[in-house]
Ligand binder design. Sequence first.
Ligand code: TRP
Length: 464
Amino acid sequence: MESNKQPLKTPLQKAARDGFTTGLGVILVTMGSAVGLGNIWKFPYMVGAFGGAAFIIVYLISTLLVGLPVMISEHMLGRTAKADAITTLQKLAPKKQPWWLIGASGVLAAFVIMAFYSEVIGWVLAYIVKAASGSLLTTDPNVTGAAFAQVIGNPWLSLIVQWIVIIYVSVIILAGVSKGIEAAVKKLMPALLIMLLIVCIRSLTLPGAGEGVAFLFEPDFSKLTGAAIMTALGLAFFKLSIGMGTMITYGSYFRDDQDIPISATKVMLGDLGVSLLAGLAIFPAVFVYGVQPDAGPSLLFITIPTVFASMPAGNIFMLIFFVLSAVAATGAILSLFEVPVAFLSDHYGMSRKKATLSTAIALALVGSLAALSSNVLSGVSIFGLNFFDLFDYVSQNILLPVGGLFICIFVGWVWGFGKIKDALSNKGDLQNSGIIRVFFFLVRWVSPILILVILLSGLGVIKI
Ligand code: TRP
């Protein structure tokens, strides 16, 4: 707990800061942030919609050339400044340069993402109850479709499940960084892995599972459109929880002896592993029972239940599947929630209690726009999207990549090689100058140019 001993410069920061306690804790908690509904809800439906393995390859390239450098940058900045996202950039940037805006856009993004994310977790909770009661045991997608429409069409139900999520997340956050977040995620991650393996084994041992495996691993590049490439990049940001200050905030709780390039690589690989396991849990079964894999966002809530209902002892596996989704999502939303809480307490010296309560209330307000988007507010559309879809689209495809772009520019061009070398070698303790040079080249040239090209092509400014 006492790893952060540097004196804090802001007069408002008096008490010693809480932090993660062990090296393993850092990796588990950071992985807990990355692993979430992105792996179970987004990754499979995007792989399904954009043609399987070819999309996965583009996604992999995005995580390696863009995701990893941005994650390392964020961890490094946070650990150096030991403060929330906004204060970190204020402390590290040259005087009068407004780099703190990256942190500000991050706090905004935290609310935008949590607004729809908390609602999806709420649906998962509703589905846990449904799965336990056996009411989802049907192989008819019309019936599961009607069940889903009933959940999202009910305004009170939508609000209440979201409030339940906000309340239990607040309770964990209130307990602190080490005793709350770290303690909870250390229990959640192993449980998640065990449950995921159980469902994978079930799915892979179904007769005819090979077709689903082939879909995941045999690329068909003819399906790779510009939209698919932009989606893969956005997904890499969303998946790795980067581009908005979550990883700056978590980096500020890292220990000084943490080897950042190595731990970030482990987190990236672990997250990829969970995504692939989720794919192996879902696609073999999807193909065995002859349902379409390209169902879109409703794959998890409409298609998947029919798949489970078709298999022997399906109700048990369905229940395990939705519980593991809730478990995965909890580690992720904790990391989002911590961004404004850290900001309010580091920057304004607010007590953790007050900061948590303010964040929870603000989230309940913004979140209600997402919760009510399929019922009371279903007539409201902005750029043709309801609030839920708008929050999802804007955060994944605009706020996160733009945030990531500016983080690269700041680290590669403003902060400079000397400070990077100091920070990533732990002031010379680590012999990793080769890794640092590769990182510097990526963050200075490769990552920002790739982000820019993909963003511009996504906006239709250039054609690739
Ligand atoms: N990475 C998480 C997921 O895949 C979601 C998440 C948590 C996130 N924190 C984030 C996304 C910060 C973007 C930014 O479900």
